[in-house]
Design a protein around this ligand. Structure first.
Ligand SMILES: [Zn+2]
Ligand SMILES: [Zn+2]
Ligand SMILES: [Zn+2]
Length: 291
């Protein structure tokens, strides 16, 4: 291949699935009678946030990666009929992003193989403590059916290349807590980022943040898709407001921005038409498959 010629991506049929788009309580909120919690609009029903990316690799195999694995994962999996998980990338250790991990044991049984889990050092410590029955299985009183996982510690700047995709890890600020975000791109046969990206790629997944640190901005350049936190209208110490999220999306100039992690302050049919061009509200089950 001559210099400057663009190599095609190895993967095809890339689909990014918004599995859950709600804040930690989920919408409807338990015991709440507000207009969003009682709404008939299915887009106002939001399970806890998480996403998946599915694609077909160079050998023609279906692949699926999860971004977080919250308490509604089982419901997400059944809705989307997942039969395998090739890896799980965690953004941070909060319960609404991690408390579905026990259920991935079903994929171990279906695939007859362990699942690779990627987490920063803090999240890894949390997972190994909370899921002690998985990670210290030999101490269980009875030998029971638990997930088979191997955890890799990741840090900002790491590039995780799997099955023709690259996940580049970067850091955003969730209040005072640094958490991870991911830029997802397809690779070419030489292992470089493909010049022409398929489907919704390049895509950045930025859930749970209140500020975009300077080092994050280069990871947000040239995006076809930005998935971004947008909690509510009023200020919050650990999440973006509607105005803050719109300002960040505008600065990235991503072709398409989809907002996630919303509370019951946001009624889909009210806010969606007010957003600038190229920006939209996510909802559970929305599939981003590109232009
Ligand atoms: Zn969250
Ligand atoms: Zn409510
Ligand atoms: Zn969080």
């Amino acid at each position: 291949m001559t210099h400057g010629e663009s190599a095609p991506p190895l993967v095809r049929d890339v689909r990014f699935l918004l599995l859950g788009t709600g804040t930690s309580a989920g919408i409807p909120v338990i015991g709440c009678d507000c207009e969003v919690c009682t709404s008939d609009d299915p887009r106002d029903r939001r399970t806890r946030s998480g996403a998946a990316i599915s694609f077909v690799d160079a050998e023609g195999r279906e692949r699926l990666f999860l971004l977080d694995c919250g308490p509604d994962h089982r419901e997400h999996s059944i809705r989307h009929r997942f039969k395998r998980v090739d890896g799980i990338l965690f953004t941070h250790d909060h319960v609404d992003h991690t408390f579905g991990l026990d259920d991935v044991r079903r994929y171990n049984a279906l695939m007859k193989s362990p699942i690779e889990v990627f987490a920063d050092a803090r999240t890894r410590e949390f997972l190994e403590r909370v899921y002690r029955h998985i990670f210290r299985r030999h101490e269980n009183v009875n030998d029971s059916f638990v997930a088979d996982l191997f955890v890799r510690t990741i840090s900002p700047g790491d590039a995780i290349d799997r099955h023709g995709l690259r996940f580049t890890v970067f850091e955003v600020l969730h209040g005072r807590l640094p958490v991870l975000a991911f830029r997802v791109e397809a690779l070419d046969a030489a292992g470089r980022v493909a010049a022409v990206q398929p489907g919704p790629l390049p895509l950045a997944y930025c859930t749970d943040l209140s500020a975009m640190p300077p080092a994050a901005w280069p990871r947000l350049s040239g995006l076809r898709t930005l998935v971004l936190d947008m909690l509510r209208y009023r200020a919050h110490p650990t999440h973006l407001t509607v105005d803050e999220a719109v300002a960040i999306a505008a600065r990235t100039a991503a072709s398409r921005t989809v907002f996630v992690h919303m509370t019951h302050d946001i009624r889909h049919a009210t806010l969606a038409p007010e957003l600038p061009a190229g920006m939209e509200l996510g909802y559970d089950g929305l599939v981003l498959s590109g232009p």
